[in-house]
Design a protein around this ligand. Sequence first.
Ligand SMILES: *[C@@H]1O[C@H](CO)[C@@H](O)[C@H](O)[C@H]1NC(C)=O
Ligand SMILES: *[C@@H]1O[C@H](CO)[C@@H](O)[C@H](O)[C@H]1NC(C)=O
Ligand SMILES: *[C@@H]1O[C@H](CO)[C@@H](O)[C@H](O)[C@H]1NC(C)=O
Ligand SMILES: *[C@@H]1O[C@H](CO)[C@@H](O)[C@H](O)[C@H]1NC(C)=O
Ligand SMILES: *[C@@H]1O[C@H](CO)[C@@H](O)[C@H](O)[C@H]1NC(C)=O
Ligand SMILES: *[C@@H]1O[C@H](CO)[C@@H](O)[C@H](O)[C@H]1NC(C)=O
Ligand SMILES: *[C@@H]1O[C@H](CO)[C@@H](O)[C@H](O)[C@H]1NC(C)=O
Ligand SMILES: *[C@@H]1O[C@H](CO)[C@@H](O)[C@H](O)[C@H]1NC(C)=O
Length: 330
Amino acid sequence: MKTSIFIISLIIFLSLPSPTISISHPCNKNDEKVLFQIKKSLGNPYHLASWQKTLDCCHWYCVKCNKTTGRIIQLNIFAGNISGQIPPEVGDLPYLQQIMFHKLTNLTGNIPSSITKLTHLTMLFLSNTNLSGPVPSFLSKLKSLNYLDLSFNSFTGSIPPELAELTEVTGIRLDRNKLTGAIPESFGTFTGNLQYLYLSHNQLTGDIPRSLGYLNFTSIDFSRNQLTGDLSMFFGTNKTIQIADVSRNNFQFNLSKVELPASLTSLDLNHNKIYGGLPATLTGLRLQYLNVSYNRLCGKIPQGGDLQKFDITEYFHNRCLCGSPLPECS
Ligand SMILES: *[C@@H]1O[C@H](CO)[C@@H](O)[C@H](O)[C@H]1NC(C)=O
Ligand SMILES: *[C@@H]1O[C@H](CO)[C@@H](O)[C@H](O)[C@H]1NC(C)=O
Ligand SMILES: *[C@@H]1O[C@H](CO)[C@@H](O)[C@H](O)[C@H]1NC(C)=O
Ligand SMILES: *[C@@H]1O[C@H](CO)[C@@H](O)[C@H](O)[C@H]1NC(C)=O
Ligand SMILES: *[C@@H]1O[C@H](CO)[C@@H](O)[C@H](O)[C@H]1NC(C)=O
Ligand SMILES: *[C@@H]1O[C@H](CO)[C@@H](O)[C@H](O)[C@H]1NC(C)=O
Ligand SMILES: *[C@@H]1O[C@H](CO)[C@@H](O)[C@H](O)[C@H]1NC(C)=O
Ligand SMILES: *[C@@H]1O[C@H](CO)[C@@H](O)[C@H](O)[C@H]1NC(C)=O
């Protein structure tokens, strides 16, 4: 009887959501030391006020531990009043799987090369900060990296071809920077499964390498660059692409010849120099969004499917596109 009461109270005790009393492994002392260095490098910001000796570092804000080992596996600094640069000491947290520095407009400088020591890193989010300099080619040394997000920063220079060596990567965001040059030819040789590629709002130029057609994208956003040439390699009946935004570039190809895959749900081609006509296959798609405005398209809009449900603004400002919802062809 006594034993069962003890067991019941033990179960109740263990299931209480208590942050200070738990059976997990205490925080690793080396990791604690490194976190104190990081706090100091960032000028002891108020945002990290919970980083105190009196509290086990697994319970500090902005970090996550592996409960079995007490090693820090995540560092997520988000929307705080933080000024300065990314402390190079982040490279001394050897079990880190995820780093996030997000919405910190006063975070400046380059990405420190010390992060290449982080062999377990799978997620790197350095977004909506004020980082600058080149996108470093040493990021290709992060062999476990699954997702790379450097969006909304001030990175300059060209996209390093070495990023194609990231064999585990499924998503790359470099959108909203000041990147120049072409999309590297090497990107067609990603041996991983790159599904998401966002490069919008940069100053990229040149043709898209045809080799990108070998990849199986789910979503691409190349909008608002100065890219040229053909895009048909992203399409074709075998493809799995769902969302493509390539608006506001200088793409120039015959859309009549493009086979749009059944997977496509959103296609934004507005403000390019695309010619030919709308392919009849469009009527068979379950499109949620289509915008082909401001191009050089001609001929009758295929009738059927969802095509007549779209707004006039999704078709207007073409060379001689006609038929519902635009005025009748003459
Ligand atoms: C925590 O570490 C143990 C032992 O190394 C490992 O088996 C487990 O997968 C880790 N858990 C996480 C969430 O990383
Ligand atoms: C950024 O730094 C400036 C100058 O020190 C300060 O006025 C501003 O409040 C800071 N903003 C944020 C969001 O940290
Ligand atoms: C950020 O911190 C600086 C210096 O500590 C202070 O002057 C500024 O008012 C703070 N800004 C915000 C938005 O809290
Ligand atoms: C970014 O940093 C530059 C100086 O390096 C500064 O002039 C600019 O105001 C910063 N932008 C934001 C959004 O904080
Ligand atoms: C793309 O998908 C096809 C069919 O599923 C597959 O054979 C091919 O290896 C994939 N390509 C890449 C680069 O993953
Ligand atoms: C599409 O799939 C068919 C049959 O699986 C294959 O023969 C053809 O080479 C594929 N085409 C492309 C462009 O991948
Ligand atoms: C576009 O391709 C179609 C089909 O091959 C062809 O009939 C048409 O003449 C081409 N249009 C232009 C402007 O080259
Ligand atoms: C299509 O794109 C044009 C050009 O950017 C824009 O004016 C129009 O509002 C868009 N239509 C819709 C429904 O998004």
